[in-house]
Design a binder for this molecule. Sequence first.
Ligand SMILES: NC(=O)c1ccc[n+]([C@@H]2O[C@H](COP(=O)([O-])OP(=O)(O)OC[C@H]3O[C@@H](n4cnc5c(N)ncnc54)[C@H](O)[C@@H]3O)[C@@H](O)[C@H]2O)c1
Length: 326
Amino acid sequence: MTGWGVVGAGWVARDHVLPAVAADPAAHLVGVHDRDPAALDGLAPVYADLDDLLAAPGLDAVYVATPNHAHAPVVERVAAAGLPVLCEKPLAHDVPTAKEMVAATEGLLAGTAFDQRFHPAHEVIAQRVAAGDLGVVTTVRIVYGCWLPPDWRTPVGGRDNWRVDPARAGGGAMIDLAPHGLDLTGCVLGEDVVDLVALTATRVHAYAPGVDDTAVLAGRTASGTLLSHHVSFSTADPLPRRRLEVVGTRAQLVAEDTLGQDPGGTLTRIDATTGAAAPVAFDTGTGPFTRQLAAFGAAVRGEAPWPYPLHRDLALHTLLMEAACP
Ligand SMILES: NC(=O)c1ccc[n+]([C@@H]2O[C@H](COP(=O)([O-])OP(=O)(O)OC[C@H]3O[C@@H](n4cnc5c(N)ncnc54)[C@H](O)[C@@H]3O)[C@@H](O)[C@H]2O)c1
């Protein structure tokens, strides 16, 4: 059994992490800490002091779900306690802090919580790419957006909109959404983007100066597969806004409504010779957070490797943070 502690009891913790702990028969919750006592309402067991949680009997691993700027201070305290840590994306609000955080976890089991790696549809895509079903993969095209006005609040716990505060988020739509697509591209292709440029814009929302509500990114892997990635906080939620296409010479795979936190969506294979489109089966009942939590827990218990080193996540974080064109 893996005993979990959760730090930061907001939206992602309440709606996704705590249900994933509850769903894993090999996991149990040791406790939850938040610096805001109100955020702990209705949860149990709770710890008002982080050090008390870190010293709790049976604690094997910690999930960090604080806002971006508050990842590093918490991760560094978890690492000082010698515990494995799974921390939300992005690593940090800037590159120097991310580097310090990764250095602090040296020698420990540590990961970034890129849940979308674990969506069953995305794992089927990775398997088909590796098996050659798509032929030569030329391009990955990703659209990932939502509607996030300046006064937006997280569905639970949100006191203010830290996501568009550059001091706490590190940017706007691009730093919030594009880390997923960059990570996912590497996961489905089996090789990472190594060149990246980005154009950002603030077209709709009156955020603080310099905070983007839209970005278009262009990337390239070492072998020459291209990435085209559009992220936005300015796409109305009823519009099509979650789409992943992997374009190959023999076939194209199209995943719709799989990007995000929930199970389900659709996966379609379009044959390059006939043009015929056929649904591709995957497990639509299991969510990415559930699978991620179980996978990290298995690594904590030494039953399976954690194949996503934090140094790789840091390289992609650095690439992203340095990608924006003036
Ligand atoms: N993987 C995903 O799909 C996904 C989805 C949503 C959010 N996230 C990430 O999860 C993190 C949290 O996002 P959210 O939407 O849950 O935010 P939120 O604002 O809903 O919750 C954050 C919580 O952290 C607490 N907190 C802040 N600083 C703290 C500190 N130093 N110590 C302890 N608690 C602290 C706040 O009081 C709040 O309760 C962010 O990094 C975000 O990027 C990831």
